[in-house]
Design a protein around this ligand. Structure first.
Ligand code: SF4
Length: 499
């Protein structure tokens, strides 16, 4: 009989077709770089958890890849007779198997019992974690383990790394014993149903939908979508939330094309997107855009940040998943029309925050609007820096007082059919400034690749030549971001630039 792993059971909980494909057509799976990165983060947090739960290093890590599954299960049974922590203890029963992140020995009524801890890299308990805990508890019980409790440990996003390799406060536990233990019949049902799905000769018929990205991004999405009728102008191009009546209408009539949605169920902006999409004619209220921008006098600054985040902080004084800016570009447009750029980039591998904050204050002058695209992100980073560096707080927070969001201007006054529901700068720019193209950049072309490039550059394994190349790529990318804003500002405000 085939034995299904916990991850297969959770795949089944997400979508029966996913389970079938995982078992019969794993070759079709294409994990995104975000999914692969999340696996790496999971391993990293798992390593830290072993130090946190076993600071003296007395426990044993079971690695099924060394001796195979059978050896791992046998070793687990032997270690359960000891009084030391076990990591990756394996349990197999009733057609399913799972490995527990942490098993901790405790005394219960004078006897040895065990407390299980599942470690997650998220910052809260999700519903699928509860399913995960129910499966783990069921399998441990089925193997005869005297399991006294089960908890889920996740990252405490408010914790501040004190430095020196001390990660003792990184994880916070939630006890799930009372809800996981009574779900044994439910879990047994999942295992039975999952086996029935796997036994089918053909893949189950399931259309793509919300389940494809929640709780996990499904790696079979490209395959599943390629077998479905092509949607020319999908409904997700509609901006903002769909109201209840619209959702109900879409569901009742099985709609997938924008043209089939009645105007009466759309708000003004959604109607505009539908109209532009169907007619192919751009919407540009240039007079209003220019009037909007005319209140912000030159000199003007155009600002953009690049940031990095770590689930497990590496710099003292920072929090898990905190977005830490390591680079900015600022273009300054003077009243004379002169355009000058300033940049900051720290690839030393040390915390770039203080240097960044000081350079930013210097680059933005004391007066004049600071244009940012999607300003909430940069403003939040500035607030973070102000909190960390009180001496600079006044000057930093003064920058936020001057911020003007160009995204708001674009959203209110401009929409081109090629935007396909997006107002990101990369969607708006090609229509208004076709001579500027992120695709022409070497290497770094978006925020995700900028983060990867930063990580590679600060790695001690990276050669000086490669680091220099990355440095130039990052500088070019961030400079294009702010120059693109200058050009959008000029297009919206009907200004001819001198450069
Ligand atoms: S892409 Fe969606 S429909 Fe296809 S297997 Fe994954 S979850 Fe199921």
């Amino acid at each position: 009989m085939r034995v299904l792993s916990k991850s297969k059971l959770l795949a089944f909980r997400q979508c029966p077709k996913r389970l079938w494909l995982e078992v019969h057509r794993p070759d079709l799976r294409e994990d995104s770089s975000a999914t692969l990165a999340s696996f790496m983060v999971g391993h990293q947090v798992g390593d830290i958890a072993r130090h946190v739960y076993d600071p003296k290093g007395k426990g044993t890590l079971i690695d099924f890849q060394v001796g195979g599954f059978d050896a791992a299960f046998t070793r687990t049974q032997a270690l359960l007779q000891t009084n030391q922590p076990i990591f990756e203890a394996g349990f197999r029963a009733e057609g399913a198997l799972a490995f527990a992140d942490v098993m901790l020995p405790i005394k219960q009524a004078g006897n040895r019992a065990w407390r299980m801890v599942e470690v997650k890299s998220s910052t809260s308990v999700k519903d699928y974690h509860r399913d995960d805990a129910a499966v783990q508890a069921f399998l441990a019980h089925s193997c005869g383990v005297p399991l006294a409790g089960i908890a889920l440990a996740h990252i405490d996003s408010s914790w501040v790394y004190p430095g020196g390799g001390d990660y003792s406060g990184l994880l916070v536990e939630n006890d799930l014993t009372d809800e996981a233990f009574p779900r044994e019949a439910e879990v047994r049902g999942w295992i039975e149903e999952a086996h029935e799905i796997v036994a089918k000769k053909k893949e189950p018929r399931v259309l793509t939908g919300e389940q494809c990205s929640a709780p996990y991004e499904c790696g079979f999405f490209a395959y599943c979508q390629s077998n479905e009728p092509l949607v020319e102008q999908p409904l997700h191009w509609l901006p903002g939330a769909q109201n209840k009546a619209l959702k109900a209408h879409i569901e009742a009539h099985g709609l997938s094309e924008l043209r089939d949605v009645p105007d009466g169920l759309l708000n003004e902006k959604q109607r505009r997107v539908k109209k532009v999409t169907l007619t192919g004619k751009v919407h540009f209220d240039q007079v209003s855009a220019a009037r909007d921008l005319a209140q912000h006098k030159l000199p003007a600054y155009f600002m953009d940040f690049e940031t990095i985040q770590f689930a497990v902080p590496i710099w003292k004084g920072t929090r898990p998943y905190q977005q830490i800016p390591f680079q900015f570009s600022v273009h300054r447009l003077a009243r004379t029309g002169k355009l000058v750029q300033q940049a900051f980039l720290d690839l030393s591998g040390g915390d770039p925050s203080r240097g960044f904050a000081e350079a930013l204050v210097g680059a933005c002058g004391e007066r004049g609007p600071i244009f940012v695209y999607n300003a909430g992100f940069e403003m939040a980073r500035i607030r973070d820096l102000a909190q960390r560096f009180p001496r600079l707080a006044k000057a930093l927070l003064a920058l936020n007082e001057r911020v003007v969001d160009l995204l708001r201007v674009a959203r209110e006054h401009y929409y081109h059919p090629s935007q396909q529901g997006s107002w990101s700068i990369k969607a708006v720019l090609p229509a208004l400034c076709p001579d500027l193209n992120y695709g022409d950049l070497d290497g770094v072309q978006d925020g995700g690749t900028a983060m990867e490039a930063f990580m590679e550059a600060i790695s001690p394994q990276t050669s000086a030549a490669r680091k220099a190349k990355i440095e130039q790529q990052l500088l070019d990318y961030c400079a294009l971001d702010t120059y693109a804003m200058v050009r959008l500002w000029a297009a919206f405000s009907r200004t001819t630039l001198k450069v």
